[in-house]
Structure formats: C-alpha cells, structure tokens
Ligand binder design. Structure first.
Ligand code: AMP
Ligand code: MG
Length: 639
C-alpha cells in the first residue's frame, strides 16, 4: 500500500481512544516542588495542609469597646445603668493584657485586642457612657461571649486547611498566610512543547507570502495549555520535511514533559508527523484516527512515559480535540481536577445533519427565545477560527445519530462560566457596515450578537421571535422593490443604507477600464480567456449578476463563493478577472470598480421588541450623525 492510499485502518471511538491513552499514562507519581506562597497562584496543592496553629491564636475582641464580666450587667437597663470602674490599662491591637477584669470593673479594648483574664464579653463603645473619673455606665445586658472571637474559632489547630489538588488562588493564599505558612508543596506544572508543522505556515508578525497562512495553532494551543495547568513552550514551526521535523520534535520532547504537534496528521503524502511519532519511544502510537468530528486524524502516543499528540491542522479541529482528548490528561498531570464546564439546556431551531459513526461537536451561539435559550449552530465551516470566538459553546451529537432534529432540547457546554445573554440579537445577512452601526453600543456596554444566516434565514428567525431584527437585502423581481414585499406580520421595516454593487476588476485591465457595467460584461463575454467569479445561489448579488449575463455561462460561472470579500480576493489573486461585489470591499482590496446598482440593506425589526434598550440604542445609532458619516466614509449611503 502506498503512503498516499494508506487509510485510517483502525479508527477508535472517542471513549476507547481516551481510555487507552489514560491507561498508558496513569497512574504516575506527580512531580512536586516547593513554592513560596506568592509564586503558587494557579498551582495545585500536592498534599493536604493541616493548620499548625489556632486562628485567631487567642480570644479576640471583634469591636472597639470594653471587656466586661457579663454577670455584672444582668440587671442593667436605661433607667438603672450598671456602673463599672475602669482598669488601668488600654488593650490595643498587639498588646498583651496585664490586669484581670474583676467583678465591677471593665478594661478598654480595641478591635483585635486579646480579651483579658476574667472578662467574658465585650460591650461596644457606642453602648456606654462616661460616668465620672475612671468609670462608665452601661445601660444594657451583655450575653456571655458577646463580641468575642474565640481562639481557633476560624481555623482550629490540626484541622485540614486545604486538600491536595486544591488550586491555589488569593483566598487559599490568605488562609495559608493566616496560619503563618510561607511556602507549600505543589504539583510541578508540566512543561508542554508546542510544535506547528506545514510548509504553508508563517509566524504572526511576518509578511504573508502567496499561498501561505499564519500559524494559528501555535498560539492557540499554547494558550490552552496555560489555561489547563501547563507551561507552554513554543518550540517552533517546521516545514513538512521528515528529517527537519524529526530533529525538531526530538529536541522538543527531550526538553519537555509532553509534546503537542499540530498539522501533518492526515495519512497523505507529505504528512509525516505520525510516522515520526512512531519512532520517538515506547509504547508509541496508541490511536491514530478517532471517531470525532471535527478531529478524525488525531494521533495519540506515549513515548517513554511522555504523552505525544498530533492534532489535526484546522484550528477549530485542533482545539476541539485538544479540549476533549488532551485536556483531561494534561490536567491530571498538573494535579488539577477535571474541567468543570458550565452546561445549559437550549433548543435547536434548525435541523443539524451529522455523520453517522463519529461523535460530532457543533459550535452554537445562544440567544434568548420566548420560552428558554435557543442554540444556533455556527454557519462557518471547519476551517473557521472566528466560529470559536463568536460561539458561546458547543453541543455534541452522538456517534450513533445521523442528525439532530429541529426543536431538540440539547445540552450546550459553555466556553465561558456563564451564559452572556446579549442586549441585541441580529440574525440575517452580514455586512461590514453593520459593525459601524453597532460600534456605539459596545462603547455603552451593550453586547451585540450578530449571527449570519443570510436574508431569508434572518426573516425566518425574526418571525419565530429568536432575534430583535434581521438585516436583509432581497429584491422582489416582480415589483423591483427591495425588502418590503418580504415582510411578515409582526415585523416592520427600518430603512438602513444603500450599498453600491458593481463590477470589480484589477486596475489597468483594458478590457474594463472606462466602461459602464453592461459594456464591461459584454467585453468580458467577448474574450474567451476572460474568467469570472460568481456568487452563491440566493445571494442578492447573484440576482444582479444573472441579469447582466442574460443567460450566458462564461468560464468561472460555477465558482460561487459566499461573500463579497471572497470575490475581491479571487480577482486580486488572478484566479478570476472580474466579478460583482460592493464598492467598499472593492476599494479596500485596491481594485477597480464599476458601479451597477444600488442595493437596499434594511432591517426587519420585530415590532414586539422595539422598546428593548439594545434595539433603541441601535436605532439611535442608525440615525446618529456620527454613524452616518462613518458609513459614508466606508462607502455606504445611509437613507
Ligand atoms: P494538515 O493536518 O497538515 O493536513 O492540515 C490541515 C489544514 O490545517 C490545512 O489547511 C493547513 O493549512 C491547516 N493548518 C495546519 N497547521 C496549521 C496551523 N498551525 N495554523 C493554521 N492552520 C493550520
Ligand atoms: Mg500540513
């Protein structure tokens, strides 16, 4: 079998793979180290810590006042106050008492002062009156023990203060300091070497050469290592060259407790990392191919006691597999308890198809519906990194299911400890101009959730009451009217802005320079070498293109990306010579632009939600002078 055709011969289930991985690594004795309190933040305590002393170490007054015998006050009232003679000392903090409080006497004492012998209660200074030279009146009774914090009442000597495995935070440090403990034994954080591989990778900060992409996994895996108790060490990005990569991986592993590599895991030619892993130590590869989606090409190995992992290359796949399969192991090595991710129940508004036989993770954005939370699946593909930042969490579709039906109540694992219910929910067609309109809301601490599902999807969501408004740009071909004909009951149209659609081409291309849109398309059709880039079916832009083409199908017609930016990128990178996009996008890409038709980008507002603060702020921003100026500046035309 050639390397190219090699298949994932033994794909393990998620549970099997994790169980085998853990069995090969544990039990193991944790490596511990002594750390000063201040340096122990975030570390896991290695052993139970017992209190060496009582806290407080002595019976202590909790108020400013007078130490007394409660029996002296048993008959005290406003009419017949008790008169007590003052003893000749004042007990400030840090002052050990010398005199006994005998019956009929009181000793002045400050908050935190040790209660003197003989006294069994403290009376607040506010409840006393001077009664001539060296005496006070007290007009109420005191119960024994009043305002006394007894020795050991906070922490008792010998008591287990903190259990092994506790993560040290400021509160734990406070308890340890109160007991006089200057340093503790913690589990040494595992040092995790992070390696990226791929001929196409460029480090952030350097310029991007053609066909290259920035290394995303290096930084994101390093950050996830820190979040889960490890010390990340980025050991570098290596080309897909077996010898160089092997040398890099060996050096990285020799200087760390664990190696996490990403990329080069599919069993195709040029993907060499799993072959190298199999040579790094015993027992070697434990699983290569796990029934996860995303994440099937995951490779798990143990090399001479150290975990070695090859994550799939796509950043979202890398992160899901890292969190699901690697984090449990990393946290155990770091002495931390399993992750306690917050989970919520939410309804899925649309059907989600799923591959049979693989545990599938689907990122979702949460919005508040009329009867509970709604989980919108992220529309972006497995290569999308923003899906992670914009989603609130993910749901899991069982390996045995081939779909999750619309209306299913699903469990969503949150990326953050709490659900952040947004102040404004926008579901529909996305536009860069929208960011300009919502900018003032962010400055006013109003959170905005914007979910791109296209104009029609947005209208459906608005009708179901799942959002506050749907941005739409739909041309009714019968009436030639934008948007209004598409409104359903319960929705009203708020005029937004116009965006100029037109032909985009590379400046200086003599086939287009100086022509109007119709003439430009005619010129393009006349040149068989001229290649176009189209838009997806259902896009407003596509309707305009089809009008201009009038039934022609030039080369490039079937290249149908889903965004304005993709059209501009195709033209800028010479994969196509012309296409249709909006003016701001063409100009931002430094391309030539021939205006064709102005498109109406409006908002279908859910009338019942009109008075919500987030909606009101949005409408105010839409009308504001500053917003309108900023929209104009970016090439949009507010109406
Ligand atoms: P591979 O696993 O090497 O076949 O990579 C699969 C996909 O992930 C390819 O599109 C790679 O360009 C991409 N990829 C691999 N490594 C990285 C990385 N470190 N950062 C961003 N994308 C990556
Ligand atoms: Mg690769």
């Amino acid at each position: 079998m050639s390397v190219d055709q090699e298949q994932f011969l033994t794909v393990l289930s998620r549970e099997d793979a994790l169980a085998r991985f853990e069995a090969a690594l544990f039990p193991r004795r944790p490596v511990t180290e002594q750390r000063a309190l201040a340096d122990a933040i975030g570390c896991a305590l290695a052993h139970d810590v017992a209190a060496p002393i009582d806290v407080p170490p002595f019976d202590r007054s909790s108020v400013d006042g007078f130490a007394v015998r409660s029996s002296d006050l048993k008959d005290a009232t406003g009419n017949r106050p008790a008169r007590l003679a003052l003893n000749g000392e004042v007990i400030a903090c840090g002052v050990a008492p010398q005199l006994i409080v005998t019956s009929g006497t009181a000793t002045p004492i400050a908050t935190g002062g040790p209660v003197p012998r003989g006294a069994d209660a403290v009376v607040m200074i506010e409840h006393t009156q001077p009664a001539g030279e060296g005496a006070i009146h007290i007009d109420r009774t005191a119960s024994p023990g009043q305002f006394v914090s007894y020795a050991g009442s906070d922490i008792a000597r010998g008591e287990v203060l903190l259990r092994a495995g506790t993560i040290i935070g400021s509160r734990e440090i406070g308890m340890l300091a109160a007991c006089g403990i200057p340093q503790i034994s913690v589990v040494r954080k595992p040092k995790v070497a992070v390696v990226s591989t791929g001929d196409e990778l460029v480090a952030p900060g350097q310029s991007l050469r053609p066909a290259a992409i920035y290394d995303t996994n290096g930084p994101i895996v390093s950050a996830a290592v820190s979040e889960n108790g490890g010390i990340p060490w980025f050991a570098g990005s290596f080309p897909d060259n077996e010898a160089k990569l092997e040398a890099g991986m060996r050096a990285a592993l020799a200087n760390s407790d664990m190696l996490v590599l990403s990329g080069g895991t599919s069993k195709g030619s040029g993907d060499v990392s799993h072959r190298i892993v199999s040579r790094l130590g015993q027992p070697g590869v434990i699983a290569h191919g796990v029934a996860l989606k995303p994440g099937k090409p995951l490779c798990l190995a143990v090399c001479d006691g150290k975990p070695v992992v090859v994550l799939p290359g796509f950043p979202t796949s890398a992160m899901f597999t890292f969190h699901d399969m690697i984090v449990p192991v990393l946290r155990r090595m770091a002495g931390l308890p399993p992750r306690a991710d917050a989970r919520v129940q939410a309804r899925v508004p649309v059907r989600i198809a799923s591959e049979l036989g693989r545990t599938e993770f689907v990122m979702v954005s949460l919005v508040e519906g009329d009867d509970g939370l709604i989980a919108y699946p992220s529309g972006k593909g497995s290569g999308a990194i923003t899906a992670f930042a914009q989603a609130d969490g993910f749901l899991r579709i069982d390996a045995l299911a081939d779909q999750m039906a619309a209306g299913t109540e699903a469990e969503v694992t949150l990326f953050t400890p709490h659900v952040r219910v947004p102040d404004l929910v926008i579901i529909g067609s996305h536009c860069t101009g929208l960011d300009i309109v919502t900018a003032p809301l962010a400055r006013a601490d109003l959170s905005v959730r914007s979910i791109s599902v296209g104009s029609l999807g947005g209208l459906a969501a608005a009708s179901r009451g799942e959002c506050d408004m749907a941005p739409i740009h739909l041309l009714d071909e019968k009436t030639d009217v934008y948007n209004a004909p598409f409104l359903k009951p319960g929705l009203e149209l708020v005029p937004g802005y116009r965006r100029m659609q037109g032909i985009v081409f590379r400046r200086g291309d003599s086939r287009f320079e100086g022509l109007d849109a119709r003439a430009a398309v005619k010129a393009a059709l006349a040149d068989p070498a001229c290649m176009m880039v189209n838009r997806n079916q259902g896009a407003g832009t596509r309707i305009l293109i089809d009008r201009l083409l009038g039934g022609a199908r030039p080369d490039g017609y079937w290249n149908q990306p889903k965004s304005h930016n993709a059209v501009a990128a195709a033209v800028a990178q010479h994969r196509a010579d012309w296409g249709m996009t909006i003016a701001p996008v063409a100009y931002a890409a430094g391309l030539g632009f021939i205006p064709f038709a102005e498109e109406h980008y409006d908002f279908a507002l859910v009338t019942a939600r009109k008075n919500r603060p987030g909606v009101a702020a949005f409408l105010e921003s839409l009308r504001a002078k500053e917003t309108r100026a900023a929209l104009e500046q970016a090439g949009f035309h507010p109406v």
